[in-house]
Design a protein around this ligand. Structure first.
Ligand code: SF4
Length: 453
């Protein structure tokens, strides 16, 4: 097989764990190398994925129709009530708007849509072209907010102005303008907000159910199954629990500095991390020991029914190799542990938005020979999958074709997934998904393995 080289200029974003290697001097949190065809989404997409699940808000993409189409119904985030978030409204800017400006069109669209749908708030996303023509979306939002009496929030997410992570920051800035605008009356001491949980396939409901079973009040989920009125009063909670910390830790830090609410970083994937997420919250409320008792009982019940099931999968999966390429590196930690629990090893661990600490953490966790990569591209991912002989690729919609073309199993662990993978029941679903894909007989027919051509 011809050796695939790493692109010049990317060498400091790709490492292989070796014996006696010191801390990684990885180049990350930087813009993508031109021409590398990064798997990473733009700033606008970063904002859109974070705010998308706020179900009773209007979301208008101010820009050409392509930006809206690209992110239309982008998450499998479900709602227990309104579904306004699933509409992909766009100002559909054309050449004449680019020449004369799109502010009037945005104003007219907002008025029309607010009158028709009566949303609780509106998020207006700036796209690349708005950054170029300089529409004053702040002024339009302010005018409409005054006229209609709802928060109309500009999201400064011009696609080209940074990385996907800058989009997360823009989304947090918009949310922060809503936090603190509602009454906190009736919120108890043992209360939390769930941050960075997007209710993909109902995952937020699973997590919320666990916390409520422990006697904890959940004030707001940001943003899965999100409601504007809950976000308004979220500053009344005693603690913020942050999953997907890349996207929401900024909001948690700002709420800590403005309202004095501490935060904890957690993950809900895999037995170990899910249990820890419950125990950590129980420890925070240590003045009420019943909360810890309930957490222990819950974990015991769930693990004792899940463990025997996992052992059945382990028989077949033991020794198989996985490649992981996900949005946030924090998720990769949980996936490595979860795969380890059925005897699988990880030969590639990469992310779109990890920082130096994340990659150092991955280096410590991974076995020798594991490739650690930041902001990768399809050619590199194919190279690593082939060279390391992975049996499975875990990623999102953009990684799926890579796995299938190379004739290996794939597990979608990104926005689009339609089955819940969080919590204890999610762990069962995850391993079952891995098993079904890795063990599928179809791979024997892959041309690369000498099958049909
Ligand atoms: S904001 Fe820019 S980079 Fe993002 S989808 Fe629109 S045109 Fe593409």
């Amino acid at each position: 097989m011809e050796k695939i080289e790493i692109l010049e200029g990317r060498q400091r974003q790709v490492f292989e764990k070796q014996e006696g290697q010191g801390a990684l001097d990885i180049a990350c949190e930087t813009t993508s190398l031109s021409g590398s065809v990064s798997q990473r989404a733009c700033v606008f997409c970063g904002s859109r994925v974070v705010l998308y699940p706020v179900a009773d808000a209007l979301h208008i993409v101010h820009g050409p129709i392509g930006c809206a189409a690209y992110t239309w119904d982008i998450r499998g985030a479900v709602s227990s009530g309104p579904e306004l978030h699933r509409m992909s409204f766009s100002t559909d800017l054309k050449e004449m708007d680019v020449i004369y400006g799109g502010e009037k069109k945005l104003y007219k669209s907002l008025i029309e849509l607010i009158d028709q749908y009566q949303p609780k708030a509106a998020f207006i996303y700036s796209t690349c072209i708005i950054g170029l023509i300089g529409d004053d979306i702040d002024a339009v939002c302010k005018k409409v907010a005054q006229e209609k009496g709802i928060p109309v929030l500009p999201v400064h997410s011009e696609g080209f102005k940074g990385t996907k992570k800058d989009g997360y920051k823009a989304a947090c800035d918009a949310l922060m303008k809503v936090v603190g605008t509602g009454s906190t009356e009736g919120i108890g001491k043992y209360s939390i907000n769930i941050l960075g949980e997007f209710n993909l396939a109902g995952e937020a409901w699973i997590i919320k159910r666990y916390y409520e079973e422990m006697g904890i009040e959940v004030v707001a989920t940001m943003t899965g199954d999100g409601r504007v009125d809950d976000i308004r009063r979220s500053h009344g909670a005693s603690l913020n629990i942050v999953q997907c910390s890349g996207s929401m830790v900024k909001l948690a830090k700002e709420m800590e500095s403005k309202y004095g609410i501490p935060y904890l970083r957690v993950s809900y994937f895999g037995i170990e991390d899910m249990s820890k997420a419950l125990y950590d919250v129980a420890k925070h409320f240590s003045d009420r020991p019943e909360i810890m008792d309930a957490a222990k009982a819950l974990v015991k019940r769930e693990v004792s029914s899940l463990y025997p099931e996992l052992q059945k999968f382990r028989k077949e999966l033991e020794g198989k190799k996985a490649a992981i390429y996900v949005g946030g590196a924090f998720k990769a930690f949980s996936l490595i542990k979860a795969l380890g629990s059925v005897g699988m090893s990880v030969v590639l661990a990469g992310s779109q938005t990890g920082n130096k600490d994340d990659y150092e953490g991955l280096r410590e966790m991974c076995d020798e020979g594991t490739v650690i990569v930041d902001d990768s591209n399809p050619v590199e991912l194919s190279k690593f999958v082939l060279e390391k002989e992975a049996d499975l690729l875990i990623g999102g919609v953009k990684e799926r074709p890579i796995a299938y073309k190379l004739g290996i199993g794939f597990c979608d662990h990104n926005h689009e997934r339609k089955i819940p993978l969080a919590g204890f029941e999610g762990m069962y679903n995850f391993i079952k998904e891995v098993y079904n894909s890795v063990m599928s007989p179809v791979w024997q027919f892959a041309p690369r393995k000498g099958g049909l051509s």
